[in-house]
Design a protein around this ligand. Structure first.
Ligand code: ATP
Length: 646
């Protein structure tokens, strides 16, 4: 029987003793179990059962419990869990602690104590590293050239614009660097102006150049002539001469004299190339030109003036551009993001691919009918032109939050099979004056380009409130632009603007006049039948313990005043509760609890319905249903006599 025990430190290591005494005093070497590693990190509270999956299992001793104090209680709990380890076997021998178990952060060791610090460190390191390396090797093995190429191709396809811009910038920077490197010349020594004057007085200056358009003065002195003469006569600088001499002496005659000459010439030209044309550079002092010129004339020094060479002026320009633009780049990028059309909602919202149909929207039949007609007009199924009618330009969906206005608009797009540009009106509210209007323009231009199409503006009240009420000129400008764009539709452009709002009363009257949002559709709270239908939509993919219709009826009867979003939330909550208790299907209890949560929030206290009614009645005395006088529209008494406030 193989048997050992293990203790886990908070680092996730197992410390396994070399030898153990168990069941009647037999011992067994456990060397091969040593350094057993738990792959999961942070398994303090719940992880020990993971050991069951390890080939060699876990070995423990219930007697460990009294050996450790409270700090290690968590581990002991875990250890006990290992009792049903698949491969592990129990050992009931008493184990003496070898180290103080007080410290939870310390690895507790049993068995041999002779391990040196270094060895244990090395073991720790290798144990940590080994699984990672194995994992890395596995991943590397899975990587093929084909998969890498596919990855690169997909990345390029997705980020073609960014890749182009980045490569272009890199190429430009690279070329600039190359240009600067190639045109770099050895620069003359910078000296003060007084030194030039002194040299002129000493008559040591041989040649002066005054650069046109700048204050630079270049000049050479006698020392330069001496050096040039030396070089032209073949006299090498001392170091080079020594090198050549060495070469000649060390050479065993295999190197020909011709090769030697070539080498010498190359050295010579290199020396010349690294010598600047001008030895010294200084800056002119203002209003001192007359004195300088007279001094040079007096001393008979050759002087001239010349413009900066093209190459040098190019260099200067490039350096200026780079040194100016690189710090300004982040600012420019921010401005570009703010001002460019690239950030406009029209660009962001591509034609929606997510298909929602009218069968996904229930409980708002009247609104659905109205919108269906528009879809038929867009598809050309209804010939409205024949009777001289015009397609409505705007449809305004009005209703409380969560009743399905956005969903309806998406269903219109899905059914009509046309591009759908969805924006939230708050996206038009901009920091810069005129940007909101520009965005509206972009959006409508885009929609016209993809005609027939639908523009959906959610929360229209964010830009559509009455003008002149505030000093926010930007908002008024945006609204004006929206009004203009909606006027500017040609009758055959087939662009329909659907907008939604919860506050129709605050909208500017110009927006709601016929010819703009001429059709107003109220999307109200669903009645019981509507709720049942909505629930059926949301229960489509949910496995239920009972019949779907039964659950739909139950929820619908318990949720008067609930809107589509509330009902969708109840179904989701019920599914989450079922998952939490580990169930395979959603049971009635889950649904009931979800309803309770939706109505009263999450509370630990178990409140009786009567208490809840009383408490709510105190808070909202104007609601008769809370006081036990239910006057619900659909005539069904709620179980708790409760109505939502929505
Ligand atoms: N009539 C409905 N039928 C089916 N599901 C609905 C219905 N109404 C709402 N829902 C659900 O509620 C979610 C939210 O609805 P939606 O965003 O359309 O509400 P809204 O009226 O636009 O709200 P708001 O005015 O706050 O923007 C939907 O994604 C959907 O899951």
């Amino acid at each position: 029987m193989a048997c050992c025990f293990s203790v886990v430190s908070n680092t996730g290591f197992l410390s396994v003793p070399n030898k153990l005494e168990f069941n009647g005093g037999k011992s067994k070497s456990l060397g091969r179990y040593r350094g057993f590693y738990c792959s999961s990190f942070g398994f303090r509270s719940a992880g020990f059962h993971k050991f069951r999956n390890f080939q060699h299992g876990l070995f423990w001793n219930n007697e460990l419990r009294p050996l450790m104090n409270g700090n290690n209680g968590v581990w002991l709990k875990g250890l006990n869990n290992c009792c049903d380890s698949r491969h592990g076997l129990c050992c009931y021998n008493k184990i003496e602690p070898l180290t103080n178990a007080n410290s939870a952060n310390k690895q507790i060791q049993f068995g041999k104590k002779g391990d040196t610090k270094l060895r244990s460190l090395r073991r720790r390191f290798s144990l940590r590293l080994r699984p990672r390396l194995r994992w890395l090797a596995m991943r590397v093995k899975r990587v093929t050239i084909q998969s890498v190429l596919n990855g690169v191709r997909t990345f390029l396809r997705k980020n073609i614009r960014r890749v182009t811009v980045v490569s272009l910038v890199s190429v430009i920077l690279g070329l600039s660097y190359l240009f600067l490197k190639l045109t770099a010349l050895p620069s003359p020594k910078m000296v003060p102006y007084s030194e030039l004057v002194t040299s002129l007085r000493n008559e040591s200056v041989t040649k002066v150049l005054l650069e046109e358009g700048s204050r630079r003065i270049y000049y050479n002195t006698n020392s330069r002539i001496d050096r040039d003469t030396q070089l032209s006569e073949g006299e090498l600088p001392s170091v080079q001469s020594e090198n050549v001499a060495d070469k000649v002496t060390s050479d065993d005659g295999s190197q020909s004299s011709q090769a030697l000459n070539t080498n010498v010439l190359r050295n010579l030209s290199a020396t010349r190339a690294s010598t600047p044309d001008w030895q010294y550079l200084t800056r002119k002092v203002d209003h001192d030109e007359k004195f300088l010129l007279s001094l040079m004339r007096e001393k008979g020094i050759t002087y001239s003036s010349a413009p900066q060479s093209v190459l040098m002026s190019m260099r200067t320009t490039l350096i200026t551009i780079i040194s100016l633009w690189i710090p300004l780049m982040p600012l420019m990028w921010l401005l570009y993001r703010q001002l460019s059309a690239a950030n406009s909602p029209a660009r962001k919202q591509r034609p929606d691919k997510q298909l929602v149909g009218f069968e996904d929207v229930e409980g708002v039949d009247a609104a659905k009918l109205e919108l269906m007609e528009i879809v038929l007009c867009l598809q050309g199924a209804i010939n409205y032109n024949k009777l001289g009618a015009k397609l409505p330009r705007g449809v305004l969906l009005v209703g409380p939050p969560g009743t399905g206005k956005t969903l309806l608009a998406r269903a219109v797009a899905g059914e009509a099979g046309v591009p759908f540009f969805s924006v939230s009106a708050s996206e038009f509210v901009e920091m810069f004056v005129g940007r909101g209007a520009a965005r509206i323009r972009d959006l409508f231009n885009m929609a016209r380009k993809h005609s027939p199409s639908i523009i959906f503006i959610d929360e229209l009240d964010a830009v559509g409130t009455k003008r002149g009420r505030s000093f926010n000129d930007e908002r008024d400008q945006t609204l004006n632009q929206l009004l203009t764009e909606m006027d500017g539709f040609e009758s055959d452009s087939k662009v329909i603007v659907v907008a939604a709002t919860n506050r129709p009363e605050v909208l500017d009257s110009a927006l709601c006049r016929p010819g703009r949002f001429s059709r107003k559709i109220v999307v109200g709270e669903p009645d019981e039948e509507g709720r049942r239908k909505i629930l059926a939509v949301h229960l489509r993919g949910v496995p239920l313990e009972e019949d779907t219709n039964l659950i739909c009826d139950l929820i619908a009867s318990l949720t008067p005043g609930f809107v589509g979003a509330d009902l969708a939330n109840i179904i989701n909550e019920a599914a989450l509760l079922a998952a939490r208790r580990g169930g395979e299907t959603v049971a009635r209890e889950d649904v009931m609890e979800a309803i309770e949560r939706a109505k009263f929030g999450i509370n630990d206290k178990q409140l009786r319905p009567s208490t809840i009614s009383k408490e709510l009645g105190k808070m909202f005395p104007w609601m008769p249903s809370l006081m036990g006088k239910n006057t619900r529209q659909d005539g069904v008494q709620g179980p708790l006599g409760y109505q939502t406030l929505s």
